[in-house]
Design a binder for this molecule. Sequence first.
Ligand code: ITT
Length: 194
Amino acid sequence: MRKLIFATHNTHKLTEIRQILPEWEILGLTDIGLHDEIIENGQTLEANAEIKADYVYRKTGVSCFADDTGLEVEALNGAPGVHSARYATNGHDFKANMDKLLKEMTGIDKRGARFRTSVCLILNDEKHFFEGIVYGQIITVPRGDEGFGYDPVFVPDGYTKTFAEMDAEEKNSISHRGMAVSKLQDFLLNLLLY
Ligand code: ITT
């Protein structure tokens, strides 16, 4: 099976990517023994995806890709956006982040938001970017136990369930990450064909 390194420490993302790309053996950073913390100090999702892919490519010399994702809330002028992982604390505390978001949105009726993923692939020294966006609404009380991060408060447009009330297959079929990674998949499959 063809192998690809996915530059992440986030096991939830790794599980999703493995489901979206069953044709590849996807190796996360733990699988390759790379435990370094990669400093994501870019100002945009694209910049952070590039920082993560670059770091791992320089360390390993092997083609790889990274994903940076943010929840962009209209009424908060795009926050938490690129700061989604560390919105409430310095760690990746999903519950604290969600609580802070709901607090910031208390009394706000305009609840439109989007998840946006930027994927950076480094292949044979060249960088390629792929984007996926899904629009939806932030609800007031979290629902569901599936997924991760802000999933319990996000209802994608056209649905009544939150991402956390969907199974992985349903989320991946409409999600920001599913969309960005499908574009990456098409790109890789095209390369293999020609
Ligand atoms: P890596 O950088 O190691 O990949 P990370 O968790 O830091 O992992 P991001 O910076 O891309 O990844 O993600 C920022 C945060 O956005 C993440 O910690 C979650 O809280 C949230 N997030 C990302 N993808 C999500 C998704 O599909 N559903 C809900 N929340 C998500």
